[in-house]
Design a protein around this ligand. Structure first.
Ligand code: NAD
Length: 361
C-alpha cells in the first residue's frame, strides 16, 4: 500500500519521540512491503518562531491532504507568556477543528510487568483495559464567550463557556457504543449533571443514544466519582465516554495506572478524512534534549494510525506486540524505572524495532 503521512514533531521532546515513530513506520514499510512516505512540517512553538503563527495555511492544507497526521507535542516555557496573542496550542486546536476530529480515543491498559512502575497497588491494576472516548471539538475549549474584562466594581474577571450541541453529544456517544460492541459491551458516560446544564443535556442525549443500543450495558457517572473509581476500581471500566475537559483530566489520571504518562497513545478521528495520532503527554520541557523520553506513547500512536487510518491491522498488531515484548524483556526508560541501566529514547526504540516481526509471511 502507498500512503502519505504528515509528521508534526513540534516542540520539546516532540521531535525526539516523533523520530522514534518514524523509524518504526519505516520498519513496517520494509517488513510488509508498503510505501509509507512521511513529510515533516512545523507546528507549535517552532512554527511561531519561524512563521509568527502556530499553524500556517500551507501546513494545514498539507495535513488535510494527507492520509494521516502524526503529532509529537507542542508548547514550552519559551512560549508560555499568558498575555501572548499567539500560543503553540492554538495550532493544535485549529488542526483538530479544521480536520473535524470530534473524537479522541485513548486506550489505557496495564502491562503485568509494569505494575511496580505505578504507585497503585498491584491487585488494583490487574485486567485494566479501558478505552476513553473524549469529545474533542466542543465544550469549554471552544465555547464562546471566552474573554477577560473588568466589571463595574473594577474587578478583573475571565469567562470560559462550556457549550454542547445535541448532535455533538449524539455522535460521540454513538461512537462510544459502536466501539464497545467490539469490546466488553459496557459504556460509562461521565458528566457533572448535578451542577452543569451542559452536562444535563449531555446525560439526556446519552440516555437516548443508549436506548438505541439495547445490547450495550450503559451507565452514567459524575466526574468526581469517576476520578475516584479510576484509581479505586479501574478494571470495572470498559468504554468511558466524556466531554473535552473531563476527558483531558481523566486520561492524565488514568495514565498513572500504566506506570507513566509516556506510555499512552491517542487517535483523533472524525467522520471522514485523515486522523491525527499523538501521545497524550506534552512537550516535557524538564527532560527535553536529554534523549531519555519514553517513546512508547508515540510508537503506539503510530500503531493506531495504521489501524484506524490505513486499515492495516496486522501491521498495528506487529508494533503493539513488539512493545509488549520489549516491556516483558525488561526494557525500561527512566520514567518507568529509576535505574542506572535505564534505556535512552534511541535504545528503547531500537529494542522495539528489533522485536518487530511479520507473522503473516
Ligand atoms: P507533560 O506531559 O509535558 O509532562 C508532565 C510530566 O511527565 C513531566 O515530568 C515529563 O517529564 C513527564 N513526561 C511526559 N512525557 C514523557 C515521556 N514521553 N517520557 C518520560 N516522561 C514524560 O505536561 P506539562 O509539563 O504539564 O506540559 C509541558 C508543556 O507541554 C506545556 O507547554 C503544555 O502546554 C504542553 N502540552 C502539550 C500537549 C500536546 O501537545 N498535546 C499536551 C499536554 C501539554
Amino acid at each position: 500500500m502507498k500512503a502519505r503521512i504528515v509528521a508534526l514533531p513540534g516542540d520539546g521532546i516532540g521531535p525526539e519521540v516523533t523520530n522514534a515513530a518514524e523509524q518504526v513506520l519505516d520498519k513496517v514499510s520494509n517488513l510488509f512491503n508498503h510505501d509509507i512516505q512521511i513529510d515533516e512540517r512545523l507546528m507549535g512553538g517552532v512554527s511561531i518562531d519561524k512563521n509568527g503563527i502556530a499553524l500556517t495555511e500551507e501546513t494545514l492544507a498539507d495535513c488535510l491532504d494527507a492520509d494521516a497526521v502524526l503529532l509529537g507535542a507542542v508548547g514550552g516555557p519559551k512560549w508560555d507568556d499568558p498575555s501572548a496573542k499567539v500560543r503553540p496550542e492554538q495550532g493544535l486546536l485549529t488542526l483538530r477543528k479544521e480536520m473535524g476530529l470530534f473524537a479522541n480515543l485513548r486506550p489505557v491498559s496495564t502491562h503485568q510487568k509494569l505494575q511496580d512502575s505505578s504507585p497503585l497497588k498491584n491487585e488494583l491494576l490487574k485486567g485494566v483495559d479501558i478505552l476513553v472516548v473524549r469529545e474533542l471539538t466542543g465544550g469549554i475549549y471552544f465555547g464562546e464567550p471566552s474573554c477577560r474584562s473588568v466589571n463595574q466594581n473594577g474587578n478583573l474577571y475571565a469567562v470560559d463557556s462550556m457549550v454542547y450541541l445535541d448532535y455533538e453529544v449524539k455522535r460521540i456517544v454513538e461512537l462510544a457504543c459502536s466501539l464497545a460492541e467490539d469490546r466488553q459491551g459496557k459504556v460509562t458516560s461521565v458528566d457533572k449533571a448535578n451542577v452543569l446544564e451542559s452536562s444535563r443535556l449531555w446525560r439526556q442525549i446519552a440516555t437516548e443514544v443508549a436506548h438505541d443500543h439495547p445490547k450495550i450495558s450503559f451507565d452514567h457517572l459524575l466526574v468526581d466519582a469517576a476520578a475516584m473509581h479510576l484509581i479505586t476500581k479501574p478494571s470495572n471500566f470498559d468504554v468511558l465516554v466524556t466531554s473535552n475537559l473531563f476527558g483531558d483530566i481523566l486520561t492524565d489520571e488514568a495514565s498513572v495506572l500504566t506506570g507513566s504518562m509516556g506510555n499512552l497513545p491517542s487517535a483523533s478521528v472524525g467522520t471522514n478524512g485523515p486522523g491525527l495520532y499523538e501521545p497524550i503527554h506534552g512537550s516535557a520541557p524538564d527532560i527535553s534534549g536529554k534523549g531519555i523520553a519514553n517513546p512508547i506513547g508515540m510508537i503506539l500512536s503510530a500503531a493506531l494510525l495504521l489501524r484506524y487510518s490505513l486499515k492495516l491491522e496486522q501491521e498495528a498488531k506487529c508494533i503493539e506486540t513488539a512493545v509488549n515484548l520489549a516491556l516483558h524483556d525488561g526494557c525500561r526508560t527512566i520514567d518507568l524505572q529509576q535505574h542506572e541501566n535505564s534505556l535512552s529514547t534511541k535504545q528503547m526504540t531500537k529494542a522495539i524495532i528489533d522485536r518487530m516481526r511479520n507473522n503473516i509471511t
